[in-house]
Design a protein around this ligand. Structure first.
Ligand SMILES: [Zn+2]
Length: 211
């Protein structure tokens, strides 16, 4: 570490869909860039389907798509100078890539700002998110006005398949979340556990869970 500088940091911002993660990622990138810092912007499975970060409020930025084989340390050291990384959708990265992010912080002095979901549609933590919880210097739960249909804070993502809440399936199913077949809905813990997707309409044959 060059003398007179602070330690680099690994920060993880997590929250359900629509809580403003990508918007904050883009804002952070803008703020750092304005101070003359150089960064790279990474994403995986962005909602746009392309290698870019898009936020639901209409902002967008070209980004590097993080495929499983991408070595993030090599990616950074191949660049002239990188002061920080913005890592959107980090919950979908390989666990090994989270280790690489920690190496970049500790060995290369790169600040890493990671954004993502904590848990999947079953409310089970994504492996990469778990590793971020374990390694990050700071972890922030984002709660930006995303509410369950009942008005309680939205905490968990539900996967809705043909109108019913799914309890089993692949951990990652990316698709057009506007499509009717598979969509995601943010629910409070109570309604994620009971499977109630709207007032008075159980999502499927109840499997004995208490509402
Ligand atoms: Zn609710």
């Amino acid at each position: 570490m060059p003398s007179g500088t602070r330690d680099a940091v690994l920060k993880f911002y997590f929250g359900p869909m629509d809580c403003g993660k990508s918007t904050l990622a883009l804002q952070l990138n803008y703020n750092h860039g304005r101070q003359g810092r150089r960064g790279l912007v990474l994403t995986k499975h962005d909602r746009s389907g392309g290698p870019k970060i898009t936020s639901r409020i209409g902002l967008g930025l070209e980004a590097i798509e993080v495929v499983d084989s991408l070595d993030l340390v090599r990616l950074v050291t191949a660049h002239d100078r990188v002061d920080y990384l913005i890592c959107d959708e980090a919950c979908f990265y390989a666990v090994e890539q989270i280790e690489q992010l920690a190496d970049l912080v500790d060995e290369h002095g790169v600040d890493v700002y990671a954004f993502g979901l904590a848990s999947d549609f079953r409310s089970v933590m994504f492996p990469a998110a778990q590793r971020l919880f374990e390694l990050a210097d700071e972890v922030y739960r984002m709660q930006v006005e995303v509410l369950c249909w009942c008005g309680r804070p939205g905490l968990l993502n539900a996967r809705v398949v043909d109108g019913a809440m799914a309890r089993t399936g692949e951990q990652v199913v990316i698709g057009d979340t506007d499509a009717a077949h598979v969509r995601y809905q943010v629910l409070c813990r109570r309604h994620h556990r009971s499977g109630l997707l709207s007032e008075g309409r159980p999502s499927d044959e109840d499997e004995g869970s208490a509402a």
